[in-house]
Ligand binder design. Structure first.
Ligand code: NDP
Length: 255
């Protein structure tokens, strides 16, 4: 047994949506634990800034452009990561968007966009890294779900459906690929301060405060709050843990 079960030295992690918010919080945690990191997003400027914010670590870094809902783009992202690092030990399916509207007013176009990025994207990225992980007999897939993987939310019909799907995708990947040495798990973040939720704070103060009143830890989370659980699920410490979804939510789901 390793003296430090949580050590990620010598491992390569690919993080979609790693150029901001929760993805960057996880990238920072992985860097401290010694992993080399590829971060991929759509916005090139954000990716350049994110790479710069990690440059004082010992990690070898790679920034990539990807649209996770596009299979060719995903395959190129994986090929470019393999070209640079030769392997992918850890995939974090973190890229995600939300479009808010009530179910009866939700357009098919918006529904498809959210499902394509949040759920199909995670499927495509997992499928694309499978060959390399299988060939080496090990791999860690970490999917980012949400409180809406569990709860309903009036203005999040497509988002909640995609995040519910993430839990089942995780179980299916875990069951299918355990024989290949691959573990797949999800993190279900609570309410975290990022660009995605900034609009609630700015425009819906009452809703923001109501959510806060439901969090036993009595604060919204920060991206760095996710890194400990992500390191656990990326490391040898979780080699017998697969198919589960862990809320990291300040107690929100227990209240
Ligand atoms: P951000 O908006 O900060 O991050 C979303 C990330 O996804 C960005 O880096 C963005 O990159 C990337 N992204 C979006 N669409 C695509 C795409 N088509 N292809 C590639 N990358 C894409 O929000 P969060 O950090 O909050 O969100 C990260 C994940 O956490 C999401 O899956 C979200 O659903 C989930 N989550 C967030 C919670 C919160 O309270 N903040 C709670 C629960 C879950 P770019 O800007 O370059 O497009």
């Amino acid at each position: 047994m390793s003296s430090n079960l949580f050590n990620l030295e010598g491992k390569t992690a690919l993080i979609t949506g790693g150029n901001g918010g929760i993805g960057l919080g996880i990238a920072k945690g992985f860097a401290v634990s010694g992993a080399d990191i590829a971060i991929a997003g759509r916005n090139e400027n954000k990716t350049v800034e994110a790479i710069a914010s990690l440059s004082d670590t010992n990690s070898t870094l790679l920034g990539l452009e990807v649209d996770v809902s596009d299979q060719n783009s995903v395959e190129k992202m994986v090929a470019d990561t393999l070209k640079k690092f030769g392997k992918i030990d850890i995939l974090v399916n973190n890229a995600g968007i939300g479009i808010r509207n009530l179910p009866h007013e939700y357009s098919l176009e918006d529904w498809n966009k959210v499902i394509d990025i949040n759920l199909t994207g995670a499927f495509l990225c997992s499928k694309a890294v499978y060959g390399n992980m299988k060939d080496r007999g090990s791999g860690k897939i970490i999917n980012i779900g949400s409180m809406t993987s569990i709860f309903g939310l009036d203005w999040a019909v497509a988002y909640a459906s995609s995040k519910g799907g993430i839990v089942q995708l995780t179980k299916t990947l875990a069951v299918s690929w355990a024989k290949d040495g691959i573990q797949a798990n999800s993190i279900l973040p609570g309410w975290i301060h990022t660009d995605l939720t900034q609009g609630i704070k700015d425009n819906y103060q009452e809703r923001y405060d109501h959510i806060l009143s439901r969090i036993p830890e009595n604060r919204w989370g920060e991206p760095s709050d996710l890194s400990g659980t992500a390191i656990f699920l990326a490391s040898d410490a979780s080699n017998y843990v697969t198919g589960i979804s862990i809320p990291v939510d300040g107690g929100y789901t227990s209240f």
